[in-house]
Ligand binder design. Structure first.
Ligand SMILES: [Zn+2]
Length: 306
């Protein structure tokens, strides 16, 4: 004789049967709004933790801003000199040493300048700070006032001659002073920096530093966030220029807006990314997946003007 169905079991059964119906009736999320392009009075500054981030996050917006008559600039916080696998390939060695990684940093900075040239960023507005790869969070924490040594390059001072402060000791205070100097000299009206939800410590660390400096200057409404590293994102990997780039679920707390790119802007973004030959060699499918129908940006709070 069959046992009578218990109430909790009946509830589970009903829930399972009705779930597709409930999903079908759930209202779709509201469409993301479009971000307006910078006008001729704007001065745009991209805070790039590594060489290549300027192109991944913002190549389209930089091109449009320039076409509209705005000023555009990039500041690279690190030279990306901690990418050991990259150094192994570039220097043909299984055991990259300090010199190998320093040379990799110099090469990545050259690639970044070539990419920025493609996007129309004047050389005088390409700022290199040269602080250590993977060092931003330690610098802003325990090494704010004492010397940090990079375990990748063995260096403890800025070693790239084109840097804003060559030979500056690796401390958070020096990094902060240099970024402040860029802001003071360039006086940006729009700063594009990594979101707190970006998974790479150099990214969220430099984004937080930019936020802190702007807040101190009373200019926080000038900040917009971008994101490059999130779990299993963007998908699909590879070159899909017609597909929209939508924000990752992990950053849904921010109010994202879409910045649509036209065909020529996408083509030039691809060309800029290809200048990063050392990165393309290892991470091409990831890099190509940022050449999409749009880029995405978020305000730290409510969008100014809404
Ligand atoms: Zn990066």
């Amino acid at each position: 004789m069959p046992r009578p169905c218990s109430l909790p079991l009946l509830g589970t059964l009903l829930g399972t049967l009705l779930a597709p119906l409930a999903r079908a009736q759930a209202p779709p999320p509201p469409p993301l709004l479009i971000m307006s392009a910078p006008g001729p009075q704007e001065r745009v500054l991209v805070v790039a933790p590594h060489p290549d981030d300027e192109s991944l996050c913002c190549a389209g917006l930089l091109q449009r801003a320039r076409a509209n008559g705005a000023a555009i600039a990039v500041v690279w916080i690190t030279a990306g000199d901690g990418f050991e696998l990259d150094a192994m390939l570039a220097e043909h060695t299984l055991w990259p040493k300090v010199g190998n990684l320093e040379r990799l940093g110099a090469r990545r900075l050259m690639e970044a300048r070539a990419a920025a040239d493609k996007l129309g960023v004047p050389r005088s507005q390409q700022y290199v700070l040269g602080y250590p790869d993977h060092g931003v969070v330690p610098l802003l924490g325990g090494f704010y006032s004492r010397t940090y040594h990079s375990r990748y390059t063995g260096l403890s001072t800025v070693s790239y001659p084109q840097a804003l402060s060559p030979y500056a000791i690796y401390t958070g205070a020096n990094l902060e002073r240099d970024l402040e100097r860029v802001m003071e000299e360039y006086r940006p009206t729009l700063v594009l920096a990594a979101a707190p939800q970006d998974l790479h410590p150099d990214h969220y660390g430099s984004g937080e530093l930019a936020r802190r400096l702007l807040e101190r200057r009373g200019e926080l409404p000038r900040l917009r966030y971008w994101i490059v590293h999130a779990r299993r994102w963007p998908r699909p990997r590879g070159y899909h220029p017609g597909i929209p780039l939508l924000p990752p679920a992990s950053a849904a707390a921010l109010q994202w807006r879409l910045f649509p790119l036209d065909g020529a802007e996408r083509a030039r973004k691809l060309a800029a990314l290809r200048e990063h030959g050392s990165q393309m060699r290892l991470t091409a499918p990831f890099m190509y997946s940022f050449v999409r129908a749009n880029e995405i940006f978020a305000a730290p709070g409510d969008w100014p003007g809404d």
